[in-house]
Design a binder for this molecule. Sequence first.
Ligand code: COA
Length: 204
Amino acid sequence: MDSNLSRGHGAVSIRLVRSRDARVLQNELLTNRAWLQPWEATSPRGAGTIDMRLSIRRLLQQHRDGGGVPLVIEYAGEIAGQLNVWGIARGSLESATIGYWVSERFAGKGITPTAVALATDLCFFELGLHRMEICMRPENVASLRVAQKLGFRYEGYRSRFIHIDGDWRDHYAFALVREDVPDGVLKRWVEGRVPPTAGEIPAA
Ligand SMILES: CC(C)(COP(=O)(O)OP(=O)(O)OC[C@H]1O[C@@H](n2cnc3c(N)ncnc32)[C@H](O)[C@@H]1OP(=O)(O)O)[C@@H](O)C(=O)NCCC(=O)NCCS
């Protein structure tokens, strides 16, 4: 896969994670425990320790194998969090899923929606993917807002879908396909053309 995956809009940019980001990322994870833990993926096989160096090595190996695009999110040149495109399925699916976090001090500045828009456009228009999915726990209002702002379409409820914070948790699934955004996710959002009802969750 191409390793020149940097993109930016305003003060927000995304780029491929590097081994030398380990120290900064590990420090952010450790100083943001209470903020991140309720939403953090865990292993059903038991608790592991945070080893960023190992985690980045694994992510980059998956990237070389074509399975993912592990990015960091930067704000004004400072690492604000991570955005991971994972589970890339090629062939008749051409689909992937996005996960993300930012440190608490960067929250509420529109950084994540910008990064998700940049990453989705990169995947659709340069890496040839057709569908991008975002899943979150129903109680994660902030993450729900990210999907809704960008007009990801609500696609359903997945019971006990992902192991988060020590147990199998129900999730909402949202998705976009390339035909939804012929001019790109970012352009549609910044030009205020996201259909107002796109991300609505049906009452039933
Ligand atoms: C979910 C998350 C990535 C959103 O990122 P962000 O860059 O703050 O996104 P936005 O700036 O668009 O804010 C999204 C929502 O967060 C909430 N929010 C805003 N400022 C906030 C703050 N200071 N603290 C907490 N939540 C805040 C608001 O509900 C906002 O929606 P609104 O703009 O309609 O009011 C971020 O809250 C986060 O990293 N949370 C912890 C990890 C996590 O939940 N990851 C996602 C797992 S699915």
